[in-house]
Design a protein around this ligand. Structure first.
Ligand code: SAM
Length: 376
């Protein structure tokens, strides 16, 4: 087909595809928001409970009835479900049902997919729910600062190099300050982080060689201790401590194997056989990460000690398309909310060696995350 615009070489079919691609990405926030809506309405649980808890596909009228929506809203449900089926959160198939007049008619019936199974809140003890994480990441306090990305890039004043888009959106308040001041957001964020950590329960037993020789471990920035509890369940000999900001741990009770320590990771890190840094350095600049890693180096024994980092490792050449896209989305989210970044293997290596460690080993852990063992 002839070029539509002289010299630009795009046929009308290429332009048409280009427009579809552009509009898809322009509107992909609708994908995020329909996912959030499904979580808010509890649709995955409703489907899972259908057919005496057997997770039988649910017809549209059954779903509408279980949702208990006002009559004015019931006619909209199939449109929400159509998008969520398209984006892979639910399956859809035609089933034959009897209507009120006892005539047979075809109905759409929806089932769960591996992604929506991760959102179940009840009856799924083996795999903890990621619903709280979806609600935390899609909270307006996180989403609104993205609107400031353009002005943040153009910012020229003295504070430009240390400010994040999050701060531009929240009157100069950093994420961790905001979290400390807003108890409602703090609770959503704590629960979200704990739910993301909870998923590692599925795989942690496979990592016995990483943890079995250790007797003590400090989880720096370990939130409400969700991950330490998983570690203790899998490795009961382990004595864990969580080093955290006071507003996160002030009211949390210590147990025999789990102690909460109020403190600042930039000042001091308690001594232990191992220091755990999970989803922590991604939020820190390279300078901040170096400070923390050097303190970790001082806190562990030169012989037998280690730092365990659980983070994303970006591999542009090997990560398959969807995995890489999710990692790049996280990187932009971090750029919006914190001074850190998601790192490639090369970037991790540079930090680790610069902090005075001699070697490291990266093992894929689960989903987007890898486990990096770092040795003195
Ligand atoms: C992104 S969250 C990660 C939480 C947890 N490690 C996880 O993976 O779920 C970062 C944590 O670091 C904590 N934090 C931030 N600044 C800190 C500091 N200066 N000292 C100790 N903890 C800090 C925050 O309170 C927060 O819980």
């Amino acid at each position: 087909m002839a070029a539509l615009f002289h010299g630009e070489g795009s046929s009308s079919s290429e332009l048409s595809q280009g427009q579809a691609h552009l509009y898809k990405h322009m509107l992909s926030c609708m994908s995020s928001m329909s996912l959030k809506c499904a979580v808010q309405l509890g649709i995955p649980d409703i489907i899972n409970n259908n057919g005496q808890g057997q997770g039988q596909p649910i017809t549209l009228p059954e779903l509408v009835s279980a949702l208990q929506l006002p009559p004015s809203k019931t006619g909209f449900v199939h449109r929400l479900m159509r998008l969520l089926v398209h984006s892979g959160f639910f399956t859809s198939k035609k089933v034959i049902c009897q209507n009120e007049e006892e005539e047979e008619e075809e109905e759409e019936a929806y089932g769960l997919t591996p992604s929506s199974r991760l959102l179940l809140t009840k009856g799924n003890n083996e795999v903890p729910s990621l619903s709280p994480y979806v609600l935390a990441v899609l909270d307006p306090a996180f989403v609104n600062p993205s609107h400031f990305l353009g002005s943040w890039f153009q910012q020229k004043d003295a504070a430009a190099s240390t400010t994040t888009p999050f701060q531009l959106a929240h009157e100069g308040t950093s994420l961790y300050e905001y979290w400390g001041k807003n108890t409602e957001f703090g609770a959503i964020f704590d629960e979200g982080m704990a739910s993301d950590a909870g998923l590692l329960k599925v795989v942690i037993k496979d990592f016995k060689p990483v943890f079995e020789g250790l007797t003590s471990l400090v989880d720096v920035g370990g939130g409400n201790g969700a991950f330490c509890k998983i570690l203790i369940e899998a490795f009961p000999h382990l004595k864990c401590s969580v080093l955290e900001l006071s507003h996160v741990v002030a009211d949390l009770p210590n147990t025999e194997n789990l102690k909460f320590i109020e403190g600042d990771m930039f000042q001091a890190i308690p001594q232990a056989d191992a220091i755990l840094l999970k989803s922590l350095l991604r939020g820190c600049s390279d300078e901040e990460s170096l400070t923390i890693l050097k303190k970790c180096r001082e806190a562990i024994p030169s012989n037998g000690g280690k730092v365990v980092i659980i983070e994303i490792v970006i591999d542009n050449t090997k990560d398959e398309h969807e995995l890489l896209e999710a990692k790049l989305f996280f990187d932009l989210l971090i750029m919006v909310i914190l001074p850190g970044k998601e790192r490639s293997q090369k970037e991790w290596e540079k930090l680790i060696l610069k902090a005075g460690f001699t070697r490291y080993k990266i093992t894929p852990l689960f989903g987007l995350k890898s486990l990096i063992e770092v040795f003195p």
